[in-house]
Design a protein around this ligand. Structure first.
Ligand code: MRU
Length: 372
C-alpha cells in the first residue's frame, strides 16, 4: 500500500545488505515515518515484544526473518540447539497471535531436512522467510477479492442513501500484515471497484492502533474515514450508521471463536443485538487447528498497566506522554478478548467466506485439519 504515493511493504530485506531486515517502526506513526534496521534475531524479538511492529501476520513474518538473522551468527558448536533456543525465545515474545508459532514452526520444519552443519541453513531460512512474506501478500489480496463480493452484495441491498459504512477495530490493515491487510483488503478493493465507502475507525484504547495506524493508512490511500472512541460504536450500530463490521483476528479456533484486540467482543455483541453483519477477515495462518474453545484455550496477553494509565500524542511538534489516572490507581491491561463463533456472521479467508464453525472452516480447508 501507499505512503505519500510510494509503495511500501511493512517488512523487507534491505536491498543493499541482505544481512539486514527493515521495518516501519509503528510506534511513531502517524506522526513520523521511521524505518528501522534489524540486524540480529534479538532485534526481531524486541521489535515484536515492544510493538515496533505488531499485527498477527506481521509478527509471524518478523519472527521468520528473526530465524534467518540467527542463522547468520550460528555457533560452530551445536548450531541446531542454538536455533531451537532462538525459536523458543521468539515464541515467548507475545502469546496470543498464533501466526508467531506458525511461522517459527514452519522455519524449524524447513531446517528438519538439512544436516546440522549444512552451509545452506541461512539461505534456506531466508527463502522460507521470503516465502512467508510473499504468501501473506497474496493471501491478503485474496481475502480482499472474496470480501469485495460481500461488500458489493451488501451495498446492492442497502436501502438508505450514502456510502457503504464499514466499522473496523484496531489495525487489521496492511501495517498489521505485509501488504493489503485482512479487514482492510476488501475495503481497498471496493474503493477501486467504484463503491463509495466510508470507514468508522474505533480508536482502540489503550495503544490506539485504530486512531494512529488504521486512520493513517486509510488517509494515505485516500479512503474516507472517521475516528470514533471505542465506546461510541454501540451508538453507531443502534442508529443504522453501520452496514457491516469487519475486524481481524490473532487466533481463530477450529470452531470459529476469534481472539482479537480487546473491545472486539463488545462490538460483536452490539452488532448481533442490532442485526448488523459481523465478519472476521483472516489468513489461514491465524487458525489454530489444535484448539476448539476460545474462552478456555487462548492465552490472553496482559501488557503493562502504564499503557492504560498514560496516553501519548503530539503537541507543538513534540511527542508527549501524559498521565490520565490518579498516580496510584491500579490498572490492568488485557490486550485481547474472545468473540464466540455464535456472534460472527462469517469468516473471510483467502479461500472464500465460510460460517464461523468447524464445519465451515473444514469445507474451505480440508487439507489443514489437525485433530487433537
Ligand atoms: O496488539 P496488536 O496491535 O498486535 O493487535 C492487533 C490486532 O488485534 C489485529 O486486529 C490482529 O492482529 C489482526 S491483524 C490482520
Amino acid at each position: 500500500m501507499k505512503i505519500q504515493n510510494q509503495h511500501y511493504r511493512s517488512i523487507w530485506l534491505n536491498p543493499n545488505n541482505h544481512q539486514q531486515v527493515q521495518i516501519i517502526d509503528q510506534r511513531f506513526l502517524p506522526h513520523q515515518l521511521e524505518i528501522k534496521t534489524l540486524t540480529c534475531w534479538q532485534d526481531c524479538a524486541t521489535a515484536i515484544e515492544e510493538m515496533w511492529i505488531r499485527g498477527a501476520p506481521l509478527i509471524g513474518a518478523t519472527a521468520a526473518f528473526g530465524m534467518y538473522l540467527a542463522a547468520l551468527q550460528l555457533p560452530a558448536q551445536q548450531p541446531e540447539a542454538y536455533l531451537q533456543q532462538v525459536a523458543q525465545n521468539l515464541l515467548a515474545t507475545r502469546p496470543t497471535a498464533v501466526n508467531l508459532r506458525w511461522a517459527v514452526e514452519r522455519q524449524l520444519h524447513t531446517l528438519a531436512g538439512l544436516p546440522p552443519n549444512s552451509p545452506n541453513i541461512a539461505q534456506t531460512l531466508l527463502n522460507t522467510a521470503n516465502t512467508i512474506a510473499n504468501e501473506d501478500v497474496e493471501t491478503c489480496r485474496m481475502i480482499g477479492v472474496h470480501g469485495l463480493q460481500l461488500l458489493k452484495d451488501i451495498y446492492a441491498r442497502k436501502t438508505t442513501a450514502g456510502p457503504l459504512n464499514i466499522l473496523t477495530h484496531c489495525n487489521a490493515g496492511w501495517l498489521a500484515c505485509v501488504d493489503w491487510g485482512t479487514a482492510t483488503s476488501p475495503i481497498y478493493l471496493a474503493v477501486r471497484a467504484g463503491i463509495p465507502v466510508h470507514v468508522w475507525v474505533s480508536e482502540t484504547r489503550p495503544r490506539n492502533q485504530g486512531a494512529n495506524l488504521t486512520a493513517w493508512e486509510l488517509e494515505q490511500n485516500g479512503i474516507a474515514h472517521t475516528v470514533v472512541v471505542d465506546n461510541c460504536c454501540g451508538h453507531l450500530l443502534q442508529h443504522g450508521m453501520v452496514d457491516i463490521c469487519i475486524v481481524g483476528t490473532d487466533r481463530t479456533t477450529r470452531t470459529g471463536d476469534v481472539a482479537n484486540k480487546t473491545g472486539t467482543y463488545l462490538k460483536a455483541l452490539a452488532a448481533h443485538d442490532n442485526g448488523i453483519p459481523f465478519y472476521v477477515a483472516l489468513p489461514s495462518s491465524t487458525i489454530d487447528w489444535q484448539i476448539s474453545n476460545g474462552l478456555k484455550e487462548i492465552t490472553i496477553e496482559q501488557r503493562h498497566p502504564d499503557e492504560v494509565k498514560y496516553v501519548g500524542g503530539i503537541s507543538n511538534g513534540q511527542y508527549h506522554r501524559v498521565l490520565i489516572t490518579p498516580p496510584n490507581s491500579q490498572a490492568v491491561n488485557y490486550g485481547f478478548d474472545v468473540t464466540p463463533a455464535r456472534l460472527i456472521t462469517g469468516l473471510i479467508t483467502e479461500r472464500g467466506i465460510c460460517p464461523a464453525s468447524e464445519q465451515g472452516l473444514l469445507q474451505l480447508f480440508p487439507d489443514m485439519y489437525f485433530p487433537d
